[in-house]
Write a protein that binds this ligand. Structure first.
Ligand SMILES: Cc1ncc(COP(=O)(O)O)c(C=O)c1O
Length: 445
């Protein structure tokens, strides 16, 4: 079956099994919606990246794709570095005892508190996005008397072939110092004057869910030519080039993404060629993959509920989650496939639209998918659900965020507990002053 990757398989009785554990059993044990992560497959992806990059540089897992204590611990065990983009991700990594020197701190509007946390905990690299941050970081580093190694986020003016909401390298972008108009070179010159900041290199990230590799090659070439310009203008040779993340994954049976090793080879070749042309030493490369590490190993399972048939138009089948646990279809028009975990071998009988349970017409998870006849209680399983779903989940409509389990060799471990109803209003307060008012109202009535 084209939807099965990693350890996922269909048993002879037609049940979906991941990591040797039945998805239907997981649904019964932990409830739905439920995120199921194929641990061996995540580790395999980490190793594929490490192997492909080898001594060309480093791999920093982009934790925004899926960030929990267990995931940070796994990334540490696998020897990767970690990319974080907020104080929250950084705090999670530190709480998991992730070594701070292997942390890259990205983000386009870091607060003073976030910068202080980064400096205090001695993160390996702060990736500075703008002049405001450059000043704030220098002042903070001076105050804490700590040198800070930095990269500058550059907007290389390269358009990746992907959804505009996940394009980041084009000229009109909120991220980084613009190359075209000289802003990036000014930033380099300012950074070099800062006594507590050590400029190690440059970073760029052209976008996410990218299938065509030409954008990465173009970005590599552009960035090397910029490093050569920096050498000419300042005499400084910078030795680190962080190329960000962005490799696409298979969401639909017909998707055919590039392999990790092909992406790495494309970047390495373009960087080596540009270095030869510009007579510049080949820098250490950094890659920040997120989706390609955790996306394919993740599944989300839902329980099927209500059905609405509109003859001649459409049949909606609703599940017990939706845009609250996966906002991607509503946000980007992302498309998914699915199978029925408790009858995966049954004949495909009907074309339906899978609706979420949120009060939004746009809360549609999959439009027009052909599946076996769905009955209430069936378990619908969506593959490639490990990236930017749990991490983007919300409590919209006061829905509880799902649990997450890691499965491996026939065992399941809960790594995030399901939120309870009480969690939903744990931080809510009713103004104290209203209590007296309430009493007065009660007496008046
Ligand atoms: C700076 C940066 N690095 C890495 C990533 C990870 O990208 P992906 O998950 O597509 O590999 C992102 C994602 O948006 C990013 O903004």
């Amino acid at each position: 079956m084209k939807l099965l990757q990693g350890t996922a398989q269909i048993t002879s009785s037609g049940h979906l099994e991941i990591g040797g554990v039945s998805a239907t059993e997981l649904a019964a044990r932990y409830g739905t919606p439920l995120y199921i992560m194929d641990e061996a497959f995540i580790r395999k992806n980490c190793r594929a990246w490490q192997q492909a990059v080898g001594n060309h540089g480093k791999v920093a897992y982009a934790s925004k794709a899926f960030c929990t204590l267990a995931m940070c611990r796994l990334v540490d065990q696998e020897g990767l570095s970690l990319d974080v983009v907020s104080g929250g991700e950084l705090a999670t990594a530190l709480a998991a005892n992730f070594p701070a020197e292997r942390i890259y701190f990205n983000g386009n509007n870091k607060s003073l508190e976030e910068i202080e946390l980064a400096v205090r905990s001695n993160v390996g690299r702060v990736i500075v996005d703008n002049f405001y941050e450059l000043e704030m970081l220098e002042q903070t580093a001076a105050r804490f008397k700590r040198p800070v190694s930095i990269l500058l986020r550059i907007c290389p003016g390269v358009e990746a072939h992907t959804h505009e909401y996940v394009q980041t390298g084009q000229l009109d972008s909120k991220f980084g110092f613009t190359l075209d108009n000289g802003q990036a070179m000014s930033a380099v010159k300012v950074a070099l004057t800062k006594p507590h900041l050590y400029l190690r290199g440059m970073q760029c990230h052209i976008g996410s869910q990218i299938f065509a590799l030409d954008g990465f090659a173009a970005a590599g070439k552009t960035m090397i030519s910029f490093l050569a310009d920096i050498k000419k203008a300042t005499g400084v040779i910078l030795s680190e080039l962080d190329m960000g993340g962005g490799l696409g994954i298979k969401y639909l049976p017909e998707d055919n993404p590039a392999q990790v090793k092909d992406l790495v080879q494309t970047v390495v070749r373009s960087v080596q060629m540009a270095c030869a042309t510009n007579n510049f030493p080949v820098p250490q490369l950094v890659f920040e993959p997120g989706r390609s590490i955790v996306g394919p190993p993740g599944w989300v399972i839902y329980r099927v509920g209500a059905r609405k048939e509109i003859p001649g138009i459409r049949t909606y089948v609703a599940v017990d989650g939706g845009m609250a646990d996966n906002p991607r279809p509503a946000l980007y028009g992302s498309r998914y496939s699915a199978l029925v975990a408790n009858k995966a071998n049954a004949a495909l009988e009907e074309t339906v639209t899978i609706a979420g349970k949120c009060c939004e017409s746009g809360d549609i998870l999959i439009k027009d998918i052909t599946l076996p006849r769905l009955e209430p209680g069936d378990i619908l399983a969506i593959p490639s659900a490990g990236a930017y779903q749990f991490s983007m989940a919300s409590n919209y409509n006061r829905l509880c965020r799902p649990a997450v389990v890691f499965v491996r060799d026939g065992e399941a471990h809960v790594v995030v507990e399901r939120e309870s109803m009480a969690d939903l209003f744990r931080h809510d307060l009713i103004p104290k002053a209203w209590e007296k008012q309430q009493e007065r109202l009660r007496v008046a009535r």
